[in-house]
Design a protein around this ligand. Structure first.
Ligand code: MN
Length: 236
């Protein structure tokens, strides 16, 4: 049911992304994919109800409890998305390159896999969980921003535990499934969708007919000001 939006946005004869796939009984998994779409971001995904609940995090996760990272909730992704790395061709939704930046299992804060309490937390707008990844470890929280202009806006925050650190974890750029980085994929696929933040990539082909024109992730709050501000380009 909840994959309807995911499927509507994609043409599976054009994109190598998985069509479906259901989670299996056992430990819940999480995955963080680094995605050089129109804007570089990290897709943070938690398995719940057999699908991956997903948030786009422009700056990526932080191990520093002082950092509150904006996380825009996006459509559920199929469980099989957890292994997806590669290229989403130009003209498709989310066109760009993807690596599996981190993955592992996760539990609720008390160490079990109680999906009921996770789903209740999701509904309430506050989930606490413990990640057992290769890069991300320890307790994190996702907290919905109340009264904001965008109802999908959450914050991803590290709890202050023994895994908290001031190390910038995003300097670790390699996939945890392969030796891929976004730079390597950009070279392989002959595009400019590399590791550079705020990618300078220009669209070579405008979106094809029939492709959803929505951005691959909701724009951050500030851009809605720019959009309505209709500033003229400076004259040269
Ligand atoms: Mn994405």
């Amino acid at each position: 049911m909840s994959l309807i939006r995911y499927k509507q946005k994609r043409h599976f004869d054009e994109t190598p992304e998985p069509k479906g796939g259901k989670g299996k009984a056992g430990k819940l998994i999480f995955v963080v994919q680094k995605h050089s779409a129109s804007h570089l971001h990290y897709d943070f995904r938690l398995e719940m109800e057999g699908v991956l609940k997903s948030w786009a995090v422009p700056k990526g996760p932080s191990l520093n409890p002082d950092d509150k990272r904006l996380a825009m909730m996006v459509e559920d992704h199929p469980y099989d998305y957890k292994d997806f790395e590669g290229n989403i061709p130009e003209g498709n939704y989310g066109a760009g390159n993807v690596i599996v930046w981190d993955t592992g299992t996760y539990t609720t804060y008390n160490g079990d896999s109680d999906e009921k309490s996770l789903l209740a937390g999701l509904k309430k707008g506050h989930i606490t969980f413990i990640l057992h990844g290769k890069k991300l470890k320890g307790e994190f929280a996702l907290i919905k921003i109340r009264g904001g202009r965008q109802e999908n806006a959450w914050l991803l925050v590290k709890a202050d535990d023994k895994f908290a650190s001031k190390e910038d974890i995003t300097t670790r750029t390699k996939s945890v499934l392969s030796d891929a980085t976004l730079d390597k994929l950009a070279a392989k696929y002959g595009n400019e969708k590399g590791d550079i933040r705020g990618s300078k990539t220009k669209k070579k082909n405008p979106a094809k007919k029939g492709v959803t024109k929505e951005p691959d992730m909701p724009a951050p709050r500030s851009s809605s000001l720019t959009a309505s501000g209709s500033k003229k380009k400076p004259l040269r």
